[in-house]
Design a protein around this ligand. Structure first.
Ligand code: ADP
Length: 473
């Protein structure tokens, strides 16, 4: 089966979060199952572009809002990622340093989607499945079905995965001229609440819709940024498939970004070497339990609660714990965290920014990983933590609920709490400190156990294939 993944991110080409990790791994595992999965994404000006060789495979042109644009498709020559990688180059529109965050993001991603449809429409042997990810590619299922210019794609099954329903990409009808000519009787397939909503359109038009965990699928029916009714209405074609992790990249035995490699037998020494490197670098105390947070500093991740929760935890637990935060996001949260760092020097440190290498060191060197997320569609951080023998401390929501069992339960290996509040986090930190100080045997059993849980893509990749197969037989 030939599968085309369409996405705005793909690790290591360009990654802002979990979407990049998923699209960088899933196709490789699908190929491992004997299929041919390929990825098409925008050509940004990232390091990957300059460090690898590409060949031109197609050139074309289309209209975007009345303006003709030229695009080219280039392919990475060596199959470096374990799948064919195609980049769409639209001069002046996509070739920027950042993935998101420009005023013309709407135009950029519509241009990208038009170019992808135009290119696929020109193929003589069409792919079996087109799998789109998140709202930046959410108009593709509509374009495939209702844009006259792409009629060659109308019978290809489309699958759409919601990695995050908070971002929907809405824009006003006054900009509908950005879209290629379409069957105007079908305008309703674009609309949600008087606007063009790419996420809603994908949910309406895709043949199947998936979310990145079963619990998130259920949660969306009650809280989906205004799309709840739509998800209830379309629930018959929706399923939750839990993300996996790329165990080639995330393997403490071989990870070259670590200060020391280890496995489930040697984790005590291995984790110690990484913790020492972190504590030396950030001025923390290696004798104390180290709790880390890695992620976007936004309300969705409950990063706004962190400054007060950290302060309260350190006071209430008599300074018996250290924190290290890696992330970037809302400026007010960033500056509040910096203030806590200055106030509680020696107990708290931060790295404001994005740093892939440091994140690996932290998954390995920390004792606990804190994720108080208000919303967590799947969450990959806790899966990396498990793989690296770091106890996840998570709020019971979405994918966190599906993957972490509290150590108070039979064969539990994590810490769970219910609210993204200072009180719940402080209480959970108390449990972590107690585990670290007084229950070392249990802690070591938990580390060894969690490192052996299989969260690789093997299982989930098969689930996606089964889903595709249900559409083409
Ligand atoms: P989301 O996609 O909602 O941001 P996920 O848990 O699905 O959250 O994925 C987050 C991914 O991004 C993980 O691989 C995590 O390690 C990485 N990440 C997030 N913030 C940073 C950062 N500041 N530096 C390095 N890696 C980061």
């Amino acid at each position: 089966m030939e599968i085309i993944h369409v996405s705005a991110e793909c690790f290591p080409v360009a990654k802002a979060g979990g979407l990049g990790d998923v699209v960088g791994a899933l196709p490789k595992y699908q190929n491992g199952l004997g299929h041919t999965a390929k990825v098409v994404m925008p050509m940004y000006r990232t390091k990957f572009l300059y460090q690898n060789s590409f060949e031109l495979v197609h050139e074309g042109g289309q209209y975007l809002g009345g303006h003709w644009f030229h695009y080219s498709i280039i392919r990475e020559k060596t199959n470096k990622l374990g799948f064919d990688l195609f980049l769409v180059d639209i001069n002046g529109l996509l070739d920027r340093e950042k993935i998101y965050g420009y005023d013309d993001d709407t135009e950029r991603f519509i241009g990208f989607q038009i170019a992808v449809c135009d290119w696929l429409n020109s193929w003589q042997n069409k792919p079996d499945i087109i799998h789109c990810h998140d709202y930046h590619t959410g108009l593709v299922p509509f374009m495939m079905q209702y844009c006259n210019g792409f009629s060659g794609l109308a019978n290809i099954p489309s699958v759409f995965t919601i990695h995050n329903a908070e971002y929907q990409g809405q824009f006003g009808w006054n900009r509908s001229n950005l879209l290629p000519p379409y069957d105007t009787w079908k305008s309703g397939m674009l609309e949600w609440r008087n606007a063009i909503n790419p996420l809603a359109s994908a949910i309406k038009c895709a043949w199947k819709v998936t979310t990145v965990s079963p619990s998130y699928m259920e949660e969306l029916k009650h809280s989906a940024g205004g799309l709840e009714d739509l998800l209830v209405y379309e629930q018959g074609k929706c399923t939750g498939i839990l993300n996996g992790i790329d165990t080639d990249v995330w393997n403490p035995q071989t990870d070259h970004l670590l200060a020391g490699n280890y496995d489930e037998h040697t984790f005590k020494e291995g984790k110690h070497a990484n913790k020492k490197a972190l504590c030396d670098r950030f001025g923390l105390d290696i004798e104390k339990p180290l709790i880390v947070f890695i992620g976007r500093l936004v309300g969705e991740k409950a990063a706004d609660v962190l400054p007060d929760a950290i302060r309260s935890s350190i006071y209430q637990h008599h300074g018996d714990v250290n924190f290290l935060i890696l992330g970037s996001g809302e400026p007010t949260i960033e500056s509040r965290l910096e203030a806590v760092k200055n106030q509680l020097h020696g107990f708290v440190s931060t790295y404001i920014g994005y740093n892939e290498g440091l994140s690996h060191m932290m998954y390995a060197g920390a004792d606990f990983l804190l994720m108080p997320s208000r919303v967590e569609p799947c969450g990959l951080n806790q899966l990396y933590a498990l793989r690296y023998g770091t106890v996840p401390m998570v709020r019971s929501t979405g994918g966190l609920k599906d993957t972490v069992k509290d150590f108070g339960d039979w064969q539990g290996f994590g810490i769970r709490f219910d609210h993204a509040s200072v009180e719940d986090i402080t209480y959970s930190v108390g449990r972590a400190v107690d585990l670290y100080k007084n229950k070392q045997d249990l802690l070591h059993w938990m580390c060894s156990y969690m490192m052996q849980i299989d969260h690789s893509w093997d299982h989930s990749a098969k689930e996606y294939i089964a889903l595709y197969q249900s559409l083409i037989t």
